[in-house]
Ligand binder design. Structure first.
Ligand SMILES: [Fe+2]
Length: 275
């Protein structure tokens, strides 16, 4: 039976309960600490929440809304198998979890009941959600769903990182990508990107402070007014930047990124949304 829309486009309860059952089955297979997998389930629910908010606020067409919700729910479905098989979430040391996730969805027949257009949009967004950049020639509807998942993913990564970096040291190497937490390692490229309003790259990071800056530059990588506003309003974004040293090489970039957050917040608070 095909899923009718628009009236039921936002009802993905069947998928959510399958996902919860799938996660439970994966936990049962884990002989060690299943904690990291549980964090991924929690992350998934937060990303779904952000995607739902964005899709509704941006007024997407019903089939796009449905694809956004399903892609958000399933974007990290491969994380469970990845952790069970390889004990890591690093794609470089295991497998590309975006492509793997799309393969799992096909194998499990998760989208068989969906409209063909929705199915294609979801599989593409899941497969591409973790790419550094999206292919330039992506059709508009595919780009819209992929951007929604990527923005929602980043919004919750702010929470994950803030919660971790606000906690006790030493930081978990997995979370901080093995970067040293020292004041003397500074990436000039990351600082320059941030000051120029460019999105910094993971490959240029040299320290945890650089990582804080990179997360701050994601404000300029938000693709919708809604996600941009949610980013600027995020207490996590602000706290991550406030954690940068107020003196020395990070001082200017700290002030600049905090100013940008405040400016977007002010624009969003205006009745015309800053238009
Ligand atoms: Fe992911």
């Amino acid at each position: 039976m095909k899923t009718p829309f628009p009236s039921e486009s936002e009802d993905i309860a069947v998928h959510e309960s399958w996902f919860a059952g799938y996660a439970e089955r994966q936990y049962a297979l884990c002989e060690g600490d299943a904690g990291p997998m549980r964090l991924k389930e929690q992350h998934t629910r937060a990303v779904l929440g952000y995607a739902r908010r964005m899709a509704q606020e941006e007024g997407f067409a019903p089939h796009i809304v449905r694809a956004c919700l399903l892609a958000a729910l399933y974007h990290d479905v491969a994380r469970f198998a990845q952790y069970l098989r390889y004990g890591t979430f690093r794609d470089r040391d295991s497998r590309n979890h975006g492509l793997w996730g799309a393969a799992i969805l096909k194998r499990e027949g998760r989208l068989a009941q969906e409209d063909a257009t929705v199915r294609r949009l979801v599989l593409t967004a899941v497969a591409l959600h973790n790419r550094y950049a999206l292919p330039a020639a992506l059709p508009d509807d595919m780009a819209c769903v992929a951007w929604t998942v990527r923005d929602a993913d980043k919004l919750d990564i702010l929470r994950v990182m803030d919660e971790h970096l606000s906690g006790p040291r030493p930081y978990c190497p997995t979370v901080v990508l093995g970067l040293p937490d020292t004041a003397d390692k500074v990436s000039g490229k990351v600082l320059e990107d941030a000051l120029q309003g460019r999105v910094a790259s993971y490959t240029d990071l040299r320290s945890v402070n650089d990582f804080r800056v990179l997360l701050g530059t994601w404000l300029d990588d938000m693709h919708f007014a809604c996600s941009r506003r949610l980013f600027a309003e995020s207490p996590h974004a602000e706290r991550l930047l406030l954690g940068l040293p107020q003196e020395g090489p990070y001082a200017a970039v700290r002030a600049c990124l905090l100013r940008r957050l405040a400016s977007v917040r002010q624009q969003s608070a205006r009745p015309d949304g800053g238009a």
